[in-house]
Design a protein around this ligand. Structure first.
Ligand code: AGP
Length: 609
């Protein structure tokens, strides 16, 4: 996600802002910029690339001023270039704004502005905020910010300046963090404390739907109706490393905790207001093209491949389309049977994985169109695919993918509904019901994350096991694959994921006393069969943890331990079921003293064959 820094005081704002942005570099970004009030006007300097590129720009023309805002952008809407970099302004530079999050209804606002002869010049969602602020300006920064945020839907941490009010910076937040730092005769703001620790340890953490007006001598905080509210100051004792993780012990845990917001960001702006259709861009998602295809071929690596396995079951079940899924490292050499009537979908967090990139190029060479599901804007796969759907998970720092996988599943559910709409395999009522259930998933994940100590206790019991098996049927088998990979890659425990019905064809020979088995039993039609499989392995000495929906209490009679999930339609349970497995792997790795964020032998993006 993006980085925000702001300053009001007596020092040169540019120096403090650039220093603050550098402390946020760990978050990942592709462009940077500053807006400085020089006393007469708002001066904006911004550039694609590293902060050092912006610094060289500033060296040539360093704006003098003691107030300003700055930003490092992780592109979501619009390529990572100078035009799309923040801060964004209206055409006269009366307003300047920096933003972290997703404005879901930016197209609607863009139309509202166009009706008033006000036109955007960038590809971003954020620009509409600067134009709204200028259009709604009434001489009072608090009033104006209130009127602006009333019109926004989505997630945002905002900092807004107006040329006529050099002594104030307005801030607002919803679902995206923003902190206000207090110094001696100077004030700071940032997307997280990491940027400001050298200057202050006294912070106020803005809460959702609050607006702050920051001045050199303090801050006034208000609710969305403008009523003053009190936000207590917190003294932060973290060192900078802890601060980068938002106070969490590891990036992986921080990123797991971000999963509910990631889903809301990824699906929010893509569900049509009529709730009967999905808004997806690009030729490969057009009705005309989708009516033309007779097969989908999905190819990816690792966790992204496991997301593709869920997609296969979903697309076939919901849209009646035959789907093949293949590891990209296999696909690229096996002369796949694809042609112009095959839609090839590639899935990649980094957008740079060599095998997936090569598979995509092979698919195009064979005449297929390629739709990419990618987390990194501007990546090679995103640029070369015929169509792209971005997962708005923000930068994923931990090598083990969690929030990006959840975001991939979210996009896959949207595509499944879209395919069903185009092919008429679901009624508008069924689609509306499905989307209602999808929108409840973030809160359900929150409830599972809140139980992480329960999962930590389970991990403590099994972290020193030699072999851990994950069993499941249908969607549960897909989740078993991902749960097993998570465990292997960060705790180094040997693990296998198996279709539960396949166990008796060989692998059950490995089950012996105290072998630990995780039985995924979330698919209602399969619960009885899974109970039989649990009994089979228990008869051979296994210790079994069953994961099931809370409606299947009978599993407590069969398994040694059970972990129940909130009741959810079978097709949507995979998004929930992976969360306890992510946490289980995480706590096993910690119990074994492993380097959770940087596991041995692994890279975040495998850009070599
Ligand atoms: C996931 O936990 C792993 N780090 C790895 O399997 C990863 O999913 C795989 O390398 C694919 O990466 P990509 O999504 O960036 O293409």
């Amino acid at each position: 996600m993006c980085g925000i820094v702001g300053y009001l005081g007596t020092k040169n704002a540019t120096d403090i802002l650039i220093d603050g942005l550098k402390r946020l570099e760990y978050r990942g970004y592709d462009s940077a910029g500053v807006a400085i009030h020089t006393g007469q006007a708002l001066t904006v300097l911004k550039e694609a690339g590293r902060i050092s590129v912006l610094e060289s720009l500033l060296t040539e023309a360093k704006p003098e001023g003691t107030r300003g805002i700055a930003h490092t952008r992780w592109a979501t809407h619009g390529s990572p270039n100078q035009l799309n970099a923040h801060p964004h302004t209206d055409m006269n530079h009366h307003t300047a704004v920096v933003h972290n999050g997703i404005i879901e209804n930016y197209l609607e606002i863009r139309t509202w502005l166009q009706d008033r002869e006000i036109f955007c010049v960038t590809d971003t969602d954020t620009e509409v905020v600067a134009l709204l602020a200028n259009t709604l300006w009434n001489g009072n920064l608090l009033d104006t910010m209130r009127e602006v945020v009333k019109r926004l839907r989505g997630s945002y941490a905002l900092a807004l300046m107006h040329h006529a009010h050099p002594d104030e910076i307005a801030v607002a937040r919803k679902d995206s963090p923003l902190v206000i730092g207090e110094g001696l005769s100077e004030m700071f703001l940032a997307s997280d404390v990491t940027a400001l620790l050298p200057y202050t340890r006294e912070f106020r953490f803005l809460e959702d739907n609050q607006i702050g007006i920051v001045r050199e001598d303090g801050v006034s905080i208000h609710d969305k109706d403008g009523k003053p509210v009190t936000v207590e100051k917190t003294t932060i004792t973290w060192d900078s490393e802890a601060a980068e993780k938002g106070g969490w012990d590891h990036f992986m845990l921080k990123e797991m905790m971000e999963q509910p917001v990631v889903i809301r960001n990824t699906i929010g702006s893509r569900i049509a207001d009529n709730r009967e259709s999905i808004i997806l861009d690009g030729e490969c998602t057009s009705s005309a093209y989708l009516e033309h295809i007779d097969k989908i071929y999905i190819t990816a690596c690792g966790t992204a491949y496991h997301a593709g396995m869920v997609a296969k079951y979903l697309f076939e079940h919901m849209a009646g389309l035959p789907v093949e899924v293949e590891f990209a490292s296999e696909f690229r050499y096996r002369e796949p049977l694809i042609n112009a009537r095959t839609l090839v979908i590639v899935i990649s967090q980094s957008g740079e994985t060599a095998d997936t990139l090569a598979a995509m190029r092979e698919a195009k060479r064979r005449g297929a169109k390629v739709l990419a599901i990618v987390n990194t804007v501007g990546s090679t796969i995103a640029r070369e695919a015929d169509s792209v759907i971005f997962t708005w998970a923000g930068p994923e720092i931990a090598v083990a993918s969690t929030k990006a996988y959840i975001a991939q599943l979210s996009v896959i559910h949207l595509i499944a509904v879209h395919l069903a709409t185009v092919r008429g395999t679901m009624s508008p009522f069924e689609i509306e019901q499905y989307l209602d259930e999808l929108e409840q998933i973030p809160d359900k994940i929150d409830s599972i994350l809140a139980r992480r100590d329960e999962i930590k206790a389970l991990a403590a019991r099994f972290a020193h096991g030699r072999d851990i098996f994950f069993l499941g049927r249908g969607f549960d088998y897909n989740i078993a694959l991902e749960g097993s990979l998570k465990l292997k890659e960060i705790s180094y425990i040997h693990s296998e994921a198996y279709p539960a019905g396949e166990l008796k064809h060989g692998t059950i020979a490995l089950i012996e006393d105290d072998t630990f088995v995780v039985a995924l039993c979330t698919q209602s039609p399969m619960v009885e069969k899974m109970i039989s499989n649990i009994r089979e392995v228990k008869a051979r000495g296994a210790v079994v943890l069953a994961i099931a929906k809370e409606t299947h209490r009978e599993l407590t009679e069969v398994a040694d331990m059970t972990l129940f999930l909130p009741d959810t339609p079978d097709a949507l349970v995979p998004i929930l079921a992976i969360v306890p497995l992510q946490l289980f792997a995480y706590y096993c790795a910690i119990e074994r003293g492993c380097d959770v964020d940087k596991p041995r032998n692994l890279a975040k993006s495998v850009t070599v064959e």
